[in-house]
Write a new protein. Structure first.
Length: 332
């Protein structure tokens, strides 16, 4: 009997994926018994006990998503950047400020905070957008103002492209929109490498991450000082758990490819769009990204915050709220 080539290829892909996942499980199980692996598990358990989930959960396609919800009114969805979690919007005060006027939902994206991220798929911005669209439908939200920060702008944009009927308007904060060279792709993506990443995520990565953490955070906030609320309230070790390191490393590795693909489709966005960035962003150059996107999407509105860096929602949350108000006014 003749063999269907496509079925054979599908079977090879399935078998290869299963072999990779099985190998990863074996490696992870082995390194978990090393001294550093045991310490990492202890610190993971400790930080999760000290920072329990404060929101709600919804299961979509077998994936458990954690989200914070506050307020009433027009739905506003907040999507965090790479390496953080939904609680960051609480720390920045943006969630509380916006909840005084809107129904606000801040999601832990897959693999971050307390949302699951099953192995075996890349979790591109499109895959995340599809999942979030289903979650919003399940929560009874037909349309929302979608606010994305940094890597979250890619998910927000993908959501608007794939499901425009579900997006009233976009508010894009400090986004990376075009495939420019990035040193951090080389430096921070190794934990995503199959095999090698499974070895270092529970052993080396958390401790290297903790060592460089102050410098990274300073760069994200620069030229502004790190806010006292961030220093006092953001749970650093939540971001250094091996599962979240994997999510962050994969998204770092995907960054330029994602931007390249999305850049071909920005002309398809027709809903109201507010593009906001700090003029002194030292992590993502505003002129090369936010200002260029504004010139490409002619109906967008560009809002620049003078002297502000990448963490714009922490430094000037009141101005970000005004941008959300602009988005709401454009649809009322």
């Amino acid at each position: 009997m003749a063999t269907n080539p496509s079925e054979t290829l599908d079977a090879l892909v399935r078998n290869g994926k299963e072999a990779y996942l099985q190998g990863s499980r074996i490696i992870a199980s082995s390194v978990s018994w090393t001294p550093s692996g045991i310490l990492t598990q202890y610190l993971t358990n400790k930080t999760e006990r000290e920072n329990p989930p404060t929101g709600q959960f919804i299961e979509v396609d077998g994936i458990r998503l954690h989200y914070l919800e506050r307020g009433t009114g027009i739905p506003v969805v907040l999507l965090h950047g790479n390496g953080t979690m939904a609680y960051e919007f609480e720390v920045s005060s943006l969630l509380g400020l916006a909840a005084e006027r809107y129904r606000v939902l801040a999601f832990d994206r897959p693999g971050y905070g307390y949302s699951s991220r099953p192995r075996g798929q890349a979790w591109t911005s499109k895959e995340q957008a599809d999942l979030l669209f289903k979650a919003l439908k399940a929560l009874g939200i037909e349309q929302a103002i979608v606010v994305g920060h940094s890597w979250g702008t890619m998910v927000a944009t993908s959501l608007a492209l794939a499901h425009p009927e579900g997006v009233r308007s976009l508010v894009l904060l400090s986004g990376y929109y075009y495939p420019t060279p990035r040193m951090d792709v080389l430096l921070l993506s190794p934990p995503s490498i199959p095999g090698f990443g499974d070895l270092i995520r529970p052993t080396l990565s958390p401790y290297i991450g903790r060592t460089i953490w102050p410098a990274l955070v300073q760069k994200f906030f620069s030229p502004n000082p790190v806010t006292p609320k961030w220093d006092a309230q953001f749970p650093v070790w939540m971001t250094l758990r091996p599962s979240q390191i994997l999510a962050s490393a994969v998204e770092t590795a995907l960054m330029t490819v994602e931007a390249l693909a999305l850049a071909q489709r920005y002309h398809e966005l027709h809903m109201p769009i507010i593009i906001m960035a700090g003029t002194d962003d030292m992590h993502v150059a505003t002129k090369m990204h936010s200002e260029q996107l504004h010139s490409q999407i002619v109906h967008s509105r560009l809002v620049l915050a003078p002297g502000v860096g990448h963490m714009i929602h922490h430094v000037v949350p009141d101005q970000v709220l005004k941008a959300i108000d602009m988005a709401a006014e454009s649809i009322s």
